[in-house]
Design a protein around this ligand. Structure first.
Ligand code: NAD
Length: 412
């Protein structure tokens, strides 16, 4: 059994969609090629005066349907291929949810946990300065991803604005509210994961109240998904982070309070599990919300959940996917399940353009409306074309980008 990279997985998924849609080889050429790739060296002066060099990337996979949009990841293992794959997924996600964006991704190959706050600020500002010529509210709009948060977005917005000579809040999303961030953006991806879970349970005829969930990853996506799911009446039985998993906590807020105080998940009364044991728990719903490639040909075999809702980007390899499908497990794919983040990022960008802040209800109502529309379209496509939900979601996203290419034509 081989383990596919996120890049190979993304290309294989695109190839399948192109074939299922009956698109031409010309379409494949256009759709499978990233439009702009920037690799930069990011120097950092450490607090002890030592200078270190880091690799940074920004990939604008597509700008056909609007400015490109996608997160900035700080993680030691990122490389160009993975960044291209994630930028490709953003392209189909924005098209699937009908947002007027293309797709992008970027980041620095660094372990953010080794940086002091001042080092993190210097690195973020220098990275922003290096990619500055290609970003902007009408060009490419970064957002937080693994290892970055609203603090990094504030520094990015400030660095861009200082260079422009005036405040440009619309250059990034996921900012603090006082700088033009949107209500509901912090929790948006997790909220969307919870809405997708609720709808998938409905489809399978399972009552959400009392349904059990295991969540891999307890960061921005995993934590907020856990909160929203608990509010819907589900029981979050296990969560994990990079150090392993726990089971037996009273509720998510007890676990979170412990995590904030002690920086670990070992709250009183909990038992430890390995990350693999968490994936294999006998629960109704499994939510991978950490990194790529956690559900592989090896780990998928023992999965017992009835539904997998992909909070993370590209958490399932093609081999893992085939095994889940053979087992009859419903997989709500990443580009649908975690699209709540980019949907509310879109609201933030709109609010910044209009200098007009929405209230929380407006954000929630519109998130639910856009996500439910995409959800229903995927359900309908999967049923009418007899394909998996992942295939249906990719077909919808890829078809919209292909149509936009055709209508715009080829210049010159
Ligand atoms: P984060 O940095 O806030 O959290 C990541 C979590 O995963 C942490 O709890 C970390 O300890 C855990 N983790 C890392 N390696 C792990 C491992 N091997 N096993 C188990 N847990 C592990 O990142 P995030 O923003 O929550 O993003 C998580 C995933 O969701 C990523 O794939 C990201 O691309 C995707 N995503 C994020 C957003 C967003 O708005 N933040 C939107 C869409 C998709």
């Amino acid at each position: 059994m081989t383990t596919e990279s996120a890049f190979e997985t993304a290309r294989a998924q695109l190839r399948t969609a192109v074939d299922q849609l009956g698109l031409s080889e010309n379409d494949w050429q256009t759709l499978s090629t990233p439009r702009r790739i920037l690799e930069v060296a990011v120097p950092l002066r450490r607090d002890n005066d030592k200078v270190e060099m880091y690799k940074g990337y920004r990939v604008q996979y597509s700008t056909t349907r609007g400015p490109s949009k996608g997160g900035v990841r700080f993680h030691p293992q990122i490389d160009l291929e993975e960044t291209i794959a994630l930028a490709m997924l953003m392209t189909w996600k924005c098209a699937l949810t009908n947002l007027p964006f293309g797709g992008a991704k970027g980041g620095i190959a660094v372990d953010a946990s080794t940086l002091s706050v001042r080092e993190n600020e210097r690195l973020t500002r220098r990275y922003t300065s290096e990619i500055l010529p290609i970003i902007g509210p009408e060009r490419d709009i970064p957002a937080p991803d693994v290892g970055t948060d609203e603090r990094n977005m504030a520094w990015m917005m400030d660095t861009y604005s200082v260079n422009a000579g005036f405040s440009v809040p619309g250059v990034v999303t996921g900012k603090p509210i006082v700088l033009g961030g949107s209500l509901g953006r912090n929790s948006a991806t997790g909220d969307g994961v919870a809405i997708s879970t609720r709808e998938a349970l409905r489809m399978r005829g399972i009552n959400p109240v009392g349904a059990t969930v295991a969540i891999q990853g307890f960061g921005k996506v995993g934590y907020w998904a856990a909160v929203a799911l608990e509010n819907m009446g589900l029981k979050v039985v296990a969560v994990s982070d990079v150090n392993g998993a726990v089971i037996g906590f009273e509720n998510v807020s007890q676990l979170w309070s412990h995590f904030l105080a002690h920086k670990n998940l070992n709250a009183p009364g909990t038992d430890r599990l390995s990350n693999l044991e968490l994936l294999h728990l006998d629960v109704d719903v499994l939510i991978p919300a950490a990194l790529s490639d956690s559900i592989t040909g090896l780990s998928a075999v023992g999965i017992k959940a009835k539904i997998v809702v992909e909070g993370a980007n590209a958490p399932t390899s093609p081999e893992g996917d085939a095994i889940l499908n053979d087992k009859g497990i419903l997989v709500v794919p990443d580009i649908l399940a975690n699209s709540g983040g980019v949907i509310v990022s879109y609201f933030e960008w709109v609010q910044d353009k209009q200098n007009y802040a929405w209230d929380g209800d407006e954000v929630r109502t519109n998130l639910n409306r856009i996500l439910m529309k995409a959800f229903n379209e995927v359900e309908e496509m999967a049923t009418s074309r007899k394909v998996t939900w992942r295939e249906a979601a990719h077909m919808l996203g890829v078809a919209r980008v292909a149509e936009a290419h055709k209508l715009r034509g080829l210049y010159p």
